[in-house]
Design a protein around this ligand. Structure first.
Ligand code: ATP
Ligand code: RIB
Length: 301
């Protein structure tokens, strides 16, 4: 039996416009196509993990509105345990406005709404109920105080915590020691270490700094270059497939959801990362966040 995965994080509705180029400040770009699909880093990672065969429980706070209802129905259709999802009577569900250009690059604005009101004490029941070999997967689209509380409570219970520190923001230095694994991208790694990650040597230096902050296992995602793994005993660059990127939105989310599934199945870290790279390389060939998450058969093929 694979270990269970507890994802605690955000749920948004993504309003996506694909255009030839991203607008500059003050500029209007005409001629795009629009589509709406479910997003939010927490929800994307939960859906990615569920589609790849993970047993997922998701804790989030949605608004008392159609977006929130649609999101929860979607999670249930994916087989995700939604028992601990809360409804906020005062704040609307999160919304993200996303522009994607012809090369698949994006720019995103998020109105967090109810996600910004998921309180630490509202995660307690889920945290207490999960089995002791559960993997906990967190991001930074809910209050930092809640993330800190969950990390410390989970570590106290001996649960392994994976922190995907996105979107980038400074973290209290005493947080790192409680993590099993941290998965920054290049920008986030630079924020924590001051090292501009551009290649393998700089990724190594940044990972070393993260080890010094107290995390034993570091995975720095490097976009089309794959992901760099550094632990106390090994370090290696794991490459990703060469694909034509259509929309890289949520590539990191797909990677993290898949990584959690690999680890929950007992795969060694390098194998779980290779699995995550495969899944994420498929996701970038499709539009959307949750809409782009692959199924297990696709990755295994
Ligand atoms: P995003 O913010 O777009 O969700 P991110 O910045 O958090 O992504 P990246 O490092 O860009 O994360 O990508 C995560 C993983 O997705 C990479 O490690 C890689 O495996 C895969 N990936 C991303 N972009 C590409 C690409 N163009 N081609 C193939 N794989 C990709
Ligand atoms: O990581 C991609 C996600 O970031 C989008 O789905 C959007 O909702 C924002 O949260």
């Amino acid at each position: 039996m694979p270990n269970q995965i507890l994802v605690i994080g955000s749920s948004n509705t993504d309003m996506v416009v694909k255009t030839q180029k991203l607008p500059a400040p003050g500029e209007t770009v005409l001629g795009g196509t629009f589509f709406m699909n479910p997003g939010g880093k927490g929800a994307n990672q939960a859906v990615a993990a569920a589609r790849l065969g993970g047993q997922v429980t998701f804790v989030a706070k949605v608004g008392d509105d159609i977006f929130g209802q649609q999101a929860v129905t979607g999670f249930q259709q994916e087989g995700i345990n939604t028992r601990y999802i809360l409804t906020d009577a005062e704040h609307p569900s999160g919304v993200a406005l996303i522009n994607v250009d012809a090369s698949g690059e994006n720019c995103i604005t998020v109105a967090p709404g109810s996600n910004a009101h998921l309180q630490a004490n509202e995660t307690a029941e889920a945290l207490q109920t999960m089995a002791s070999d559960t993997l906990v997967l967190l991001q930074l689209e809910i209050p930092l105080s809640t993330v800190e509380h969950v990390v410390k409570q989970a570590a106290r219970r001996g649960l392994r915590v994976i922190l995907n520190p996105a979107p980038a923001q400074a973290l209290p230095t005493d947080l790192f020691q409680h993590l099993f694994l941290i998965t920054p991208n290049e920008t986030e790694a630079e924020l924590f270490t001051g090292i501009r990650v551009a290649d393998l040597p700089t990724a190594k230096l940044a990972a070393q700094k993260l080890h010094e902050l107290g995390v034993s296992n570091v995975v720095i995602t490097l976009g089309s270059k794959g992901a760099y793994l550094s632990t106390e005993t090994q370090d290696q660059l794991i490459s990703t497939a060469v694909v034509k990127a259509i929309d890289t939105t949520a590539a990191g989310d797909c990677f993290n959801g898949a990584l959690a599934v690999g680890l929950a199945e007992g795969q060694p870290l390098p194998d779980a990362i290779a699995f995550a790279c495969k899944a994420a390389s498929i996701s970038v060939t499709r539009m959307g966040a949750q809409a782009s998450m692959p199924k297990r058969e696709e990755v295994d093929q």
